[in-house]
Design a binder for this molecule. Sequence first.
Ligand code: AMP
Length: 217
Amino acid sequence: MLGAPGAGKGTQAVRIAARLAVPHISTGDIFRAHLKNGTAIGRQVQPYLDAGQLVPDELTCAIVADRLQADDCRGGYVLDGFPRSVPQAEMLTKLLRDHGDDLDMAIDIAVPDEEIVGRLAARRFCPKCGKIFNLKFSPSGNGKKCDAPGCDGSLERRSDDEEETIRERLRVYHETTEPIIGYYGNQGILRTVPAAQASADDVFAKVEELLRTAGAA
Ligand code: AMP
């Protein structure tokens, strides 16, 4: 899944993974879990996450390579937030080739910058179950509590969703991550989903169409 921070790629990635019954692998979630659990990797990545900058490619790729070896990845997976630089994309291509594998599709969820800042400022998540909310587009029915079945977690704002960090993440996105769109375009596997002013349901309808066309769903 490709797209600027806040484009909704995480929300779509979770839905696609559920639809195809494959794991959803988010490098951001993996890093945040390390932070929460106070691991050595957590201490290593914290300054990057706090500053809205990218964790070094070597560490990120090692974590992904390890995760992709797990049994649950044998039938496929949805990568969310990885790769995020051309060197990461190249390392992923090589890693997969070494296993006689390749990516089926790179889906870019395209949202203009001016919409991104407003979306991220309104983003909240449930620290208990991980569900993502947006105070504008998809507020919780329970106000400030999570409305997922059986969950009543108190919604929080990600620390890197503060205005100054958002602007830095967008800068990093354009400089380092956006060139990946060309990388996958050249490989012929890029699919772009225009998502300006669109609800998560509307975007998912377009994504499902792509999956059907590819024979995946
Ligand atoms: P995300 O949840 O995808 O927005 O990621 C949150 C933060 O984790 C990013 O701002 C980066 O600091 C870090 N991160 C996540 N994925 C990567 C990646 N593929 N490469 C480097 N840093 C990453």
